[in-house]
Design a protein around this ligand. Structure first.
Ligand SMILES: [Zn+2]
Ligand SMILES: [Zn+2]
Length: 244
């Protein structure tokens, strides 16, 4: 499986990190998880291209995870692609209907399949996925792809989510802010380190990084290391990780 960070940023721009998007590829299957602002460009830069993404899986409906959905639809339509499947938590159908009602000219341009999923097991784009509800300011699902990859979506760090990720070869986890930012709905390195303590995870990538984290990566890693002794790194846009 190849995991590519298309956007490792958040709702506030850093100039380097676009908003959330992760490409998951295995045996010719391709799935885009989240589609924030900038992801359409990153898809093109990655060499995969928007033509080759026919399924998008959403963690939740915050703008930094869905902003490029309509631009993706329009680019696919212009390129002569006819389908797009969009899978996400409850409310995804009305979200897409509402987006299309604002941009009426996009109605009927693509054959859209929209599917809502709940915590538990399901299949999408040929991948078997488990979903787990996170702790965030909107309903949000974390997704796990067998033993290979787990993505936290947006979430506070908590034991249930750490249990859900335990045993993954790769975990991409929200780590929005350094420790001195008072935050809810997202982790800090300290809270993430505490919850990951004792878990068996091959490698953790910190993502969803706000500008507040610029220049403070070493300090964030040290904070996590005080509680968790595994391999932890910072995600970067267009970084690809291969796991088997
Ligand atoms: Zn969010
Ligand atoms: Zn977010």
């Amino acid at each position: 499986m190849r995991i590519t960070f298309l956007g490792s940023g958040s709702a506030m721009p850093t100039g380097e990190r676009f908003q959330t998007g992760i490409l998951v590829q295995e045996d010719g299957r391709t799935l885009l998880v989240d589609c924030g602002s900038g992801v359409l460009h990153r898809l093109q830069q990655s060499g995969v291209g928007y033509e080759n993404v026919s399924t998008v899986l959403l963690t939740h409906h915050h703008l930094d995870h869905i902003a490029d959905l309509l631009p993706l639809m329009k680019a696919r339509w212009l390129a002569g692609e006819e389908h797009l499947e969009i899978v996400g938590p409850q409310g995804t159908k009305s979200l897409i209907d509402d987006l299309l009602s604002v941009h009426e000219y996009m109605q009927g341009k693509l054959e859209l399949q929209v599917r809502e999923v709940v915590p538990g097991e399901f299949s999408v784009a040929g991948f078997d996925v488990s979903a787990y509800e996170t702790r965030h300011s909107l309903p949000c699902l974390a997704y796990r792809f067998g033993d290979l990859f787990t993505f936290s979506g947006d979430s506070e760090a908590f034991a249930g989510l750490a249990n859900f990720a335990d045993g993954s070869a790769i975990l991409a986890h929200d780590c929005s802010f350094p420790d001195d930012v008072d935050v809810s709905n997202h982790p800090t390195p300290e809270t993430l380190g505490r919850e990951l303590a004792g878990r068996e995870i091959g490698r953790v990538y910190l993502t969803h990084l706000y500008p507040h984290t610029d220049g403070r990566h070493d300090e964030m890693l040290e904070s996590i290391e005080r509680h968790y002794d595994g391999d932890v790194r910072l995600a970067e846009d267009l970084k690809t990780v291969s796991v088997e």
